[in-house]
Design a protein around this ligand. Sequence first.
Ligand SMILES: [Zn+2]
Length: 93
Amino acid sequence: MNLTARLRCPVCRAETDEVMPVDACVQVHDCASCGTRLRPKPGDCCVFCSYADTPCPPKQADGRTATADCAKLQLQMTQILAADCPEQDRLKP
Ligand SMILES: [Zn+2]
């Protein structure tokens, strides 16, 4: 499994090599070049699926269940971060 991905900023086209966590979906990435805060496109589970050249680990492991796995992970992240991260409110249905 490939755990590094080349993430490309849609605003300034800067590319950075990022290491993807296997146990979480990355919802926010700040571009090191222009400072734009990247978020997943609608229907994508994380910024890597939207902007990188490599899909996130759950999708690599099993494309058919990746969405469900990511949703589960997002729920866990929401529960963990809800207390101190107002941004997580947007993930709630
Ligand atoms: Zn940028």
